[in-house]
Design a protein around this ligand. Structure first.
Ligand SMILES: [Fe+2]
Ligand SMILES: [Fe+2]
Length: 492
Protein backbone atom coordinates (compact mmCIF):
# COMPACT_ATOMS: atom_id res chain seq x y z
CA UNK A 1 0.00 0.00 0.00
CA UNK A 2 1.31 3.46 -0.92
CA UNK A 3 1.98 5.82 1.99
CA UNK A 4 -0.57 8.41 0.72
CA UNK A 5 -3.28 5.79 0.42
CA UNK A 6 -2.56 4.47 3.90
CA UNK A 7 -2.87 8.02 5.31
CA UNK A 8 -6.18 8.47 3.53
CA UNK A 9 -7.48 5.16 4.92
CA UNK A 10 -6.43 6.22 8.41
CA UNK A 11 -8.27 9.53 8.03
CA UNK A 12 -11.43 7.70 6.92
CA UNK A 13 -11.13 5.42 9.94
CA UNK A 14 -10.78 8.41 12.30
CA UNK A 15 -13.76 10.23 10.74
CA UNK A 16 -15.92 7.09 10.90
CA UNK A 17 -14.92 6.50 14.51
CA UNK A 18 -15.67 10.14 15.40
CA UNK A 19 -19.05 9.99 13.67
CA UNK A 20 -19.87 6.74 15.44
CA UNK A 21 -18.80 8.38 18.72
CA UNK A 22 -20.99 11.41 18.07
CA UNK A 23 -23.98 9.28 17.17
CA UNK A 24 -23.53 7.25 20.32
CA UNK A 25 -24.20 10.28 22.51
CA UNK A 26 -27.82 10.21 23.53
CA UNK A 27 -29.89 12.41 25.81
CA UNK A 28 -30.88 9.98 28.54
CA UNK A 29 -32.59 12.29 31.06
CA UNK A 30 -34.47 15.49 30.53
CA UNK A 31 -34.35 18.21 29.55
CA UNK A 32 -35.80 19.33 32.87
CA UNK A 33 -35.77 22.56 34.90
CA UNK A 34 -34.84 23.46 38.42
CA UNK A 35 -34.76 26.72 40.37
CA UNK A 36 -37.06 28.64 38.07
CA UNK A 37 -37.63 32.28 39.04
CA UNK A 38 -39.20 35.33 37.41
CA UNK A 39 -36.04 36.02 35.44
CA UNK A 40 -34.06 32.80 35.23
CA UNK A 41 -34.03 29.03 35.16
CA UNK A 42 -31.53 26.18 35.22
CA UNK A 43 -31.99 23.82 32.28
CA UNK A 44 -30.62 20.31 32.89
CA UNK A 45 -30.13 17.26 30.75
CA UNK A 46 -28.00 14.15 30.97
CA UNK A 47 -26.22 12.29 28.20
CA UNK A 48 -24.75 8.83 28.17
CA UNK A 49 -21.16 10.00 27.59
CA UNK A 50 -19.05 12.93 28.65
CA UNK A 51 -19.75 15.48 25.98
CA UNK A 52 -20.41 19.14 25.23
CA UNK A 53 -24.00 20.23 24.68
CA UNK A 54 -25.87 23.23 23.37
CA UNK A 55 -28.94 25.02 24.66
CA UNK A 56 -30.93 27.21 22.30
CA UNK A 57 -33.68 29.38 23.75
CA UNK A 58 -35.68 32.45 22.87
CA UNK A 59 -39.07 34.17 22.96
CA UNK A 60 -39.91 32.75 19.53
CA UNK A 61 -38.51 30.04 17.28
CA UNK A 62 -37.06 32.77 15.06
CA UNK A 63 -35.15 34.53 17.86
CA UNK A 64 -33.02 31.87 19.50
CA UNK A 65 -29.85 32.40 21.53
CA UNK A 66 -27.28 29.65 21.73
CA UNK A 67 -25.36 28.64 24.85
CA UNK A 68 -22.72 25.97 24.77
CA UNK A 69 -22.17 23.97 27.93
CA UNK A 70 -18.48 24.29 27.09
CA UNK A 71 -17.49 21.39 29.31
CA UNK A 72 -17.14 17.69 28.95
CA UNK A 73 -19.68 16.38 31.42
CA UNK A 74 -22.55 13.89 31.47
CA UNK A 75 -25.08 16.02 33.35
CA UNK A 76 -25.40 19.51 31.95
CA UNK A 77 -26.86 22.30 34.05
CA UNK A 78 -27.14 25.62 32.27
CA UNK A 79 -28.31 28.66 34.21
CA UNK A 80 -29.94 31.30 32.07
CA UNK A 81 -30.89 34.70 33.41
CA UNK A 82 -32.17 38.07 32.22
CA UNK A 83 -35.53 36.58 31.24
CA UNK A 84 -38.91 38.33 31.39
CA UNK A 85 -41.37 37.34 34.14
CA UNK A 86 -44.39 35.20 33.27
CA UNK A 87 -43.09 34.74 29.74
CA UNK A 88 -43.06 31.66 27.53
CA UNK A 89 -39.71 30.74 25.96
CA UNK A 90 -38.96 28.19 23.28
CA UNK A 91 -35.95 26.00 23.85
CA UNK A 92 -34.12 22.98 22.57
CA UNK A 93 -31.04 21.15 23.80
CA UNK A 94 -28.68 19.25 21.56
CA UNK A 95 -25.69 17.04 21.89
CA UNK A 96 -23.84 16.28 18.68
CA UNK A 97 -26.45 14.65 16.46
CA UNK A 98 -28.95 14.19 19.27
CA UNK A 99 -31.45 16.95 19.95
CA UNK A 100 -34.56 17.33 22.06
CA UNK A 101 -37.80 18.50 20.54
CA UNK A 102 -38.52 22.21 20.46
CA UNK A 103 -40.24 22.68 23.84
CA UNK A 104 -41.39 25.60 25.94
CA UNK A 105 -40.99 26.78 29.48
CA UNK A 106 -42.54 29.70 31.27
CA UNK A 107 -40.81 31.88 33.85
CA UNK A 108 -42.62 32.45 37.14
CA UNK A 109 -45.11 35.31 37.01
CA UNK A 110 -44.44 38.51 38.99
CA UNK A 111 -48.13 39.23 39.47
CA UNK A 112 -51.60 37.82 38.98
CA UNK A 113 -52.90 34.31 39.53
CA UNK A 114 -50.78 31.18 39.22
CA UNK A 115 -51.33 27.43 39.54
CA UNK A 116 -48.98 24.85 40.98
CA UNK A 117 -49.22 21.11 41.42
CA UNK A 118 -48.09 19.00 44.39
CA UNK A 119 -47.50 15.28 44.16
CA UNK A 120 -45.11 12.66 45.50
CA UNK A 121 -44.08 9.02 45.95
CA UNK A 122 -43.48 8.31 42.29
CA UNK A 123 -41.33 5.25 42.88
CA UNK A 124 -41.60 1.63 41.80
CA UNK A 125 -44.41 1.67 39.17
CA UNK A 126 -43.33 3.63 36.08
CA UNK A 127 -46.66 2.89 34.36
CA UNK A 128 -48.65 4.48 37.19
CA UNK A 129 -46.22 7.39 37.43
CA UNK A 130 -46.70 8.02 33.70
CA UNK A 131 -50.49 8.15 34.15
CA UNK A 132 -50.13 10.70 36.94
CA UNK A 133 -47.72 12.94 35.02
CA UNK A 134 -49.93 12.85 31.93
CA UNK A 135 -52.86 14.01 34.08
CA UNK A 136 -50.73 16.76 35.66
CA UNK A 137 -49.61 18.06 32.25
CA UNK A 138 -53.19 18.88 31.35
CA UNK A 139 -53.30 21.35 34.25
CA UNK A 140 -50.33 23.31 32.79
CA UNK A 141 -48.93 24.22 36.23
CA UNK A 142 -46.44 27.07 36.69
CA UNK A 143 -44.35 24.53 38.60
CA UNK A 144 -44.58 21.20 40.39
CA UNK A 145 -43.75 20.40 44.01
CA UNK A 146 -42.50 16.84 44.53
CA UNK A 147 -42.77 15.64 48.13
CA UNK A 148 -40.11 12.91 47.90
CA UNK A 149 -39.62 9.20 47.26
CA UNK A 150 -38.92 9.98 43.61
CA UNK A 151 -37.41 6.52 43.11
CA UNK A 152 -37.31 3.19 44.97
CA UNK A 153 -33.67 3.40 45.98
CA UNK A 154 -31.73 6.63 45.48
CA UNK A 155 -28.32 4.97 45.18
CA UNK A 156 -29.42 2.82 42.23
CA UNK A 157 -28.46 4.88 39.16
CA UNK A 158 -30.73 3.01 36.74
CA UNK A 159 -33.90 3.76 38.75
CA UNK A 160 -33.61 7.50 38.16
CA UNK A 161 -34.24 7.02 34.47
CA UNK A 162 -36.66 4.13 34.76
CA UNK A 163 -38.88 5.35 37.60
CA UNK A 164 -38.56 9.11 37.47
CA UNK A 165 -37.17 10.76 34.34
CA UNK A 166 -38.71 8.48 31.71
CA UNK A 167 -42.29 8.44 33.07
CA UNK A 168 -42.18 12.21 33.76
CA UNK A 169 -40.33 13.14 30.53
CA UNK A 170 -43.11 15.16 28.90
CA UNK A 171 -44.11 16.89 32.11
CA UNK A 172 -40.50 17.78 32.96
CA UNK A 173 -39.87 19.19 29.49
CA UNK A 174 -42.30 22.04 30.16
CA UNK A 175 -42.71 22.47 33.93
CA UNK A 176 -40.06 23.18 36.55
CA UNK A 177 -39.86 20.88 39.56
CA UNK A 178 -39.13 21.81 43.15
CA UNK A 179 -38.37 18.56 44.96
CA UNK A 180 -37.53 17.39 48.45
CA UNK A 181 -35.90 14.06 49.26
CA UNK A 182 -37.84 11.13 50.73
CA UNK A 183 -36.52 8.23 52.76
CA UNK A 184 -36.17 6.17 49.55
CA UNK A 185 -33.64 8.65 48.18
CA UNK A 186 -31.50 7.70 51.20
CA UNK A 187 -29.71 11.06 51.00
CA UNK A 188 -27.89 9.63 47.99
CA UNK A 189 -25.56 11.72 45.84
CA UNK A 190 -27.91 10.99 42.92
CA UNK A 191 -30.71 13.02 44.47
CA UNK A 192 -28.41 15.98 45.03
CA UNK A 193 -26.90 15.62 41.59
CA UNK A 194 -30.29 15.95 39.90
CA UNK A 195 -32.28 18.13 42.32
CA UNK A 196 -29.91 19.58 44.92
CA UNK A 197 -30.35 23.31 45.52
CA UNK A 198 -27.50 25.50 44.29
CA UNK A 199 -27.13 26.77 47.88
CA UNK A 200 -25.62 23.36 48.65
CA UNK A 201 -28.17 22.73 51.43
CA UNK A 202 -30.92 20.07 51.35
CA UNK A 203 -33.52 22.71 52.36
CA UNK A 204 -34.46 25.86 50.47
CA UNK A 205 -37.29 28.28 49.81
CA UNK A 206 -38.64 30.38 46.97
CA UNK A 207 -41.40 32.85 46.23
CA UNK A 208 -44.04 33.05 43.54
CA UNK A 209 -46.11 36.26 43.35
CA UNK A 210 -47.61 36.58 46.87
CA UNK A 211 -46.74 33.07 48.09
CA UNK A 212 -43.73 31.70 49.94
CA UNK A 213 -42.69 28.05 49.61
CA UNK A 214 -40.45 26.41 52.20
CA UNK A 215 -39.00 23.03 51.23
CA UNK A 216 -37.58 20.81 53.99
CA UNK A 217 -35.68 17.57 54.20
CA UNK A 218 -37.63 15.60 56.82
CA UNK A 219 -35.09 12.76 56.60
CA UNK A 220 -32.60 15.05 58.36
CA UNK A 221 -32.69 16.54 61.84
CA UNK A 222 -35.52 19.02 62.40
CA UNK A 223 -35.26 19.28 66.18
CA UNK A 224 -35.05 22.80 67.61
CA UNK A 225 -31.37 23.72 67.69
CA UNK A 226 -30.52 21.76 64.54
CA UNK A 227 -29.18 23.66 61.55
CA UNK A 228 -32.30 22.93 59.52
CA UNK A 229 -34.68 24.00 62.27
CA UNK A 230 -32.85 27.27 62.81
CA UNK A 231 -32.94 27.93 59.08
CA UNK A 232 -36.68 27.10 58.95
CA UNK A 233 -37.50 29.49 61.81
CA UNK A 234 -35.51 32.30 60.15
CA UNK A 235 -36.92 31.57 56.71
CA UNK A 236 -40.54 31.73 57.85
CA UNK A 237 -39.98 34.77 60.06
CA UNK A 238 -38.41 36.67 57.17
CA UNK A 239 -41.24 36.32 54.66
CA UNK A 240 -43.94 38.92 54.26
CA UNK A 241 -45.89 36.93 51.64
CA UNK A 242 -49.62 36.45 52.18
CA UNK A 243 -49.56 32.71 51.47
CA UNK A 244 -47.18 30.27 53.14
CA UNK A 245 -46.81 26.71 51.95
CA UNK A 246 -44.40 24.16 53.37
CA UNK A 247 -43.47 20.84 51.71
CA UNK A 248 -41.48 17.85 52.94
CA UNK A 249 -41.76 14.07 52.95
CA UNK A 250 -43.01 12.69 56.29
CA UNK A 251 -46.62 13.48 57.30
CA UNK A 252 -47.27 15.27 60.58
CA UNK A 253 -50.85 13.96 60.30
CA UNK A 254 -51.72 10.69 58.56
CA UNK A 255 -54.11 7.85 59.24
CA UNK A 256 -52.45 5.62 56.64
CA UNK A 257 -49.92 2.81 56.94
CA UNK A 258 -47.09 4.94 58.38
CA UNK A 259 -49.31 7.02 60.71
CA UNK A 260 -48.31 10.51 61.84
CA UNK A 261 -44.63 11.29 62.38
CA UNK A 262 -44.93 12.33 66.00
CA UNK A 263 -41.29 13.26 66.54
CA UNK A 264 -41.14 15.62 63.56
CA UNK A 265 -44.55 17.02 64.47
CA UNK A 266 -43.45 17.86 68.01
CA UNK A 267 -40.32 19.47 66.61
CA UNK A 268 -41.76 21.77 63.94
CA UNK A 269 -45.51 22.22 64.41
CA UNK A 270 -45.10 25.17 66.85
CA UNK A 271 -42.85 27.11 64.45
CA UNK A 272 -45.23 26.49 61.52
CA UNK A 273 -48.17 27.73 63.61
CA UNK A 274 -46.28 30.74 64.96
CA UNK A 275 -45.46 31.85 61.41
CA UNK A 276 -48.99 31.50 59.99
CA UNK A 277 -48.30 28.66 57.57
CA UNK A 278 -51.46 27.94 55.57
CA UNK A 279 -50.91 24.50 54.08
CA UNK A 280 -48.39 21.66 54.43
CA UNK A 281 -47.83 19.16 51.59
CA UNK A 282 -46.27 15.77 52.32
CA UNK A 283 -46.08 12.21 51.00
CA UNK A 284 -44.56 9.02 52.43
CA UNK A 285 -47.97 7.42 52.90
CA UNK A 286 -49.36 6.26 49.56
CA UNK A 287 -52.85 7.70 49.68
CA UNK A 288 -54.67 11.00 49.61
CA UNK A 289 -55.61 12.67 52.87
CA UNK A 290 -56.52 16.22 53.80
CA UNK A 291 -56.86 17.13 57.43
CA UNK A 292 -59.33 19.51 58.99
CA UNK A 293 -57.41 22.66 59.86
CA UNK A 294 -55.40 21.62 62.91
CA UNK A 295 -55.92 24.05 65.81
CA UNK A 296 -56.13 23.86 69.60
CA UNK A 297 -58.86 22.77 72.03
CA UNK A 298 -57.53 25.16 74.66
CA UNK A 299 -56.51 28.40 73.01
CA UNK A 300 -55.82 30.44 69.92
CA UNK A 301 -53.48 28.63 67.54
CA UNK A 302 -53.05 29.44 63.87
CA UNK A 303 -54.87 26.65 61.97
CA UNK A 304 -52.95 24.61 59.37
CA UNK A 305 -54.35 22.25 56.73
CA UNK A 306 -52.11 19.24 56.02
CA UNK A 307 -52.29 17.25 52.79
CA UNK A 308 -50.79 13.80 52.21
CA UNK A 309 -50.41 13.41 48.44
CA UNK A 310 -48.21 10.32 48.18
CA UNK A 311 -50.12 8.97 45.20
CA UNK A 312 -47.68 9.57 42.35
CA UNK A 313 -47.25 5.96 41.32
CA UNK A 314 -45.99 3.98 44.31
CA UNK A 315 -48.28 1.11 45.40
CA UNK A 316 -51.40 2.66 46.97
CA UNK A 317 -52.11 1.68 50.56
CA UNK A 318 -55.26 1.70 52.65
CA UNK A 319 -56.15 4.76 54.69
CA UNK A 320 -58.44 4.50 57.71
CA UNK A 321 -59.33 8.13 58.45
CA UNK A 322 -59.15 9.59 61.95
CA UNK A 323 -60.63 12.46 63.98
CA UNK A 324 -58.41 14.94 62.11
CA UNK A 325 -59.33 13.69 58.61
CA UNK A 326 -61.49 15.88 56.37
CA UNK A 327 -61.16 13.61 53.32
CA UNK A 328 -59.14 10.49 52.52
CA UNK A 329 -58.93 8.04 49.65
CA UNK A 330 -56.61 5.24 48.61
CA UNK A 331 -55.97 6.29 44.99
CA UNK A 332 -53.23 7.63 42.76
CA UNK A 333 -53.61 11.40 43.10
CA UNK A 334 -52.17 14.88 42.71
CA UNK A 335 -53.12 18.32 44.00
CA UNK A 336 -53.73 21.50 42.04
CA UNK A 337 -53.56 24.85 43.83
CA UNK A 338 -54.48 28.18 42.26
CA UNK A 339 -53.41 31.23 44.19
CA UNK A 340 -55.17 34.38 43.08
CA UNK A 341 -54.57 37.36 45.34
CA UNK A 342 -56.56 36.79 48.51
CA UNK A 343 -57.93 33.44 47.38
CA UNK A 344 -56.37 29.99 47.33
CA UNK A 345 -58.33 27.30 45.56
CA UNK A 346 -57.15 23.79 46.33
CA UNK A 347 -58.32 20.67 44.46
CA UNK A 348 -57.18 17.06 44.41
CA UNK A 349 -57.68 14.71 41.47
CA UNK A 350 -57.38 11.04 40.69
CA UNK A 351 -55.73 9.97 37.42
CA UNK A 352 -59.06 9.67 35.64
CA UNK A 353 -59.57 13.38 36.16
CA UNK A 354 -62.23 13.08 38.88
CA UNK A 355 -62.04 15.84 41.41
CA UNK A 356 -61.69 13.96 44.70
CA UNK A 357 -61.45 16.96 47.00
CA UNK A 358 -61.81 20.73 47.09
CA UNK A 359 -61.10 23.52 49.55
CA UNK A 360 -61.20 27.26 49.06
CA UNK A 361 -59.38 29.49 51.52
CA UNK A 362 -59.73 33.26 51.46
CA UNK A 363 -57.20 35.25 53.41
CA UNK A 364 -57.81 38.96 53.61
CA UNK A 365 -56.14 41.43 55.91
CA UNK A 366 -54.81 39.64 58.95
CA UNK A 367 -57.12 36.66 58.99
CA UNK A 368 -59.13 34.17 56.99
CA UNK A 369 -62.51 34.91 55.49
CA UNK A 370 -65.16 32.74 53.73
CA UNK A 371 -65.79 30.60 56.82
CA UNK A 372 -62.31 29.05 56.89
CA UNK A 373 -61.09 27.42 59.10
CA UNK A 374 -64.60 26.31 60.18
CA UNK A 375 -64.49 22.96 61.94
CA UNK A 376 -61.01 22.27 63.24
CA UNK A 377 -59.27 19.29 64.86
CA UNK A 378 -57.40 19.75 68.16
CA UNK A 379 -53.67 19.17 68.11
CA UNK A 380 -53.86 18.13 71.79
CA UNK A 381 -55.91 15.06 70.85
CA UNK A 382 -53.28 14.20 68.24
CA UNK A 383 -50.62 14.54 70.94
CA UNK A 384 -52.38 11.95 73.11
CA UNK A 385 -52.77 9.65 70.12
CA UNK A 386 -49.08 10.17 69.31
CA UNK A 387 -48.19 9.24 72.89
CA UNK A 388 -50.09 5.94 72.51
CA UNK A 389 -48.47 5.26 69.10
CA UNK A 390 -44.99 5.91 70.47
CA UNK A 391 -45.60 3.84 73.60
CA UNK A 392 -46.62 0.82 71.54
CA UNK A 393 -43.24 1.26 69.92
CA UNK A 394 -41.52 -0.96 67.47
CA UNK A 395 -39.19 -3.92 67.73
CA UNK A 396 -37.85 -6.71 65.59
CA UNK A 397 -38.81 -10.26 66.45
CA UNK A 398 -36.15 -12.58 65.19
CA UNK A 399 -37.82 -15.90 64.38
CA UNK A 400 -34.46 -17.58 64.00
CA UNK A 401 -34.02 -17.27 67.75
CA UNK A 402 -35.77 -20.08 69.61
CA UNK A 403 -37.84 -17.77 71.70
CA UNK A 404 -41.39 -18.92 72.31
CA UNK A 405 -42.61 -16.25 74.68
CA UNK A 406 -41.72 -12.57 74.77
CA UNK A 407 -42.84 -10.31 77.61
CA UNK A 408 -43.64 -6.74 76.63
CA UNK A 409 -44.60 -3.84 78.81
CA UNK A 410 -45.95 -0.54 77.57
CA UNK A 411 -46.04 2.69 79.47
CA UNK A 412 -48.65 5.33 78.70
CA UNK A 413 -48.72 8.88 80.07
CA UNK A 414 -51.87 11.01 80.08
CA UNK A 415 -51.67 14.79 79.55
CA UNK A 416 -52.21 17.15 82.47
CA UNK A 417 -55.52 18.32 81.00
CA UNK A 418 -57.42 15.05 81.30
CA UNK A 419 -57.80 11.30 81.73
CA UNK A 420 -57.26 8.92 78.82
CA UNK A 421 -58.84 5.53 78.20
CA UNK A 422 -57.21 3.22 75.68
CA UNK A 423 -58.86 0.13 74.26
CA UNK A 424 -56.24 -2.10 72.63
CA UNK A 425 -57.20 -5.11 70.54
CA UNK A 426 -54.74 -7.44 68.84
CA UNK A 427 -56.29 -8.61 65.59
CA UNK A 428 -56.13 -12.35 65.20
CA UNK A 429 -55.09 -13.58 61.77
CA UNK A 430 -53.52 -16.61 60.22
CA UNK A 431 -49.75 -17.05 60.60
CA UNK A 432 -49.54 -14.02 62.85
CA UNK A 433 -47.75 -14.02 66.15
CA UNK A 434 -50.34 -14.23 68.93
CA UNK A 435 -50.52 -11.54 71.59
CA UNK A 436 -52.17 -12.14 74.96
CA UNK A 437 -54.38 -10.77 76.25
CA UNK A 438 -56.11 -10.12 72.95
CA UNK A 439 -57.98 -7.17 74.36
CA UNK A 440 -57.12 -4.75 77.13
CA UNK A 441 -58.50 -1.47 78.45
CA UNK A 442 -55.96 0.88 79.98
CA UNK A 443 -57.12 3.77 82.19
CA UNK A 444 -54.63 6.59 82.60
CA UNK A 445 -55.33 9.43 85.01
CA UNK A 446 -54.53 13.03 84.04
CA UNK A 447 -50.81 13.67 84.37
CA UNK A 448 -50.14 10.07 85.48
CA UNK A 449 -48.50 7.02 83.94
CA UNK A 450 -50.03 3.56 83.53
CA UNK A 451 -48.43 0.31 82.43
CA UNK A 452 -49.85 -2.50 80.34
CA UNK A 453 -48.21 -5.90 80.00
CA UNK A 454 -48.58 -8.23 77.01
CA UNK A 455 -47.10 -11.58 76.14
CA UNK A 456 -46.17 -12.38 72.54
CA UNK A 457 -46.31 -16.07 71.73
CA UNK A 458 -44.46 -17.44 68.73
CA UNK A 459 -45.77 -20.68 67.26
CA UNK A 460 -44.30 -22.82 64.51
CA UNK A 461 -45.18 -21.26 61.17
CA UNK A 462 -45.89 -17.75 62.47
CA UNK A 463 -44.44 -15.33 59.96
CA UNK A 464 -46.46 -12.13 60.32
CA UNK A 465 -46.43 -9.33 62.83
CA UNK A 466 -49.61 -8.70 64.80
CA UNK A 467 -51.72 -5.59 64.32
CA UNK A 468 -53.04 -3.57 67.22
CA UNK A 469 -56.30 -1.68 66.78
CA UNK A 470 -56.40 1.11 69.32
CA UNK A 471 -59.30 3.34 70.34
CA UNK A 472 -58.68 6.28 72.62
CA UNK A 473 -61.07 8.44 74.61
CA UNK A 474 -60.47 11.83 76.21
CA UNK A 475 -62.64 14.72 77.32
CA UNK A 476 -61.87 16.62 74.09
CA UNK A 477 -62.61 13.79 71.70
CA UNK A 478 -61.84 10.27 70.51
CA UNK A 479 -59.25 8.82 68.17
CA UNK A 480 -58.53 5.46 66.66
CA UNK A 481 -55.60 3.98 64.81
CA UNK A 482 -54.20 0.63 63.80
CA UNK A 483 -50.52 -0.10 64.12
CA UNK A 484 -48.22 -3.01 63.43
CA UNK A 485 -45.65 -2.32 66.09
CA UNK A 486 -43.30 -5.22 65.36
CA UNK A 487 -41.64 -6.49 62.28
CA UNK A 488 -40.76 -10.13 62.03
CA UNK A 489 -37.26 -10.97 60.96
CA UNK A 490 -37.57 -14.13 58.97
CA UNK A 491 -35.16 -17.06 59.16
CA UNK A 492 -32.29 -16.72 56.68
FE1 LIG B 1 -43.24 6.36 49.87
FE1 LIG C 1 -41.36 7.52 52.12
Amino acid sequence: MKAGHRKWMLLVAVVVAAAAGAQAVEITKGPYFVEITTDGVTVCWEVDAESTGTLEYGPSEGEMRKVSTGEFEALHKVRISGLEAGTTYYYRVSEGEAASEMNQFRTLPAQGAFTFVAYGDTRSNPGSHTLVTEAIRERAPAFVLHTGDLVGYGYEDSLWGKEFFAPAKKLLANAAVFAVPGNHEEESANYYKYFGASSGKPWYSFDCVNAHFTMLDSCLDLEPGSEQYEWLAKDLAATDKRWRFVAFHHPLYSSGAHLSEVGIRNAIEPVLQANNVDMVFVGHDHHYERTLPIASAFGEVHPITHVVTGGGGAPTRPVAGDFFTARCLSELNYCVVTVDGESCEFSAYDVEGHKIDKLVIVKSGEGYANGYPGKTAPMELAQVEGMAQEALGWRNIDLTVKVRKIDEEYEFTAPAWGDVTLDIRWEPAERRLAVEPEQMTVQIEAGKTAKAAFVIKVKEGDTNAPRAVVKGQTKIGEFDFAVTPFSVKRPI
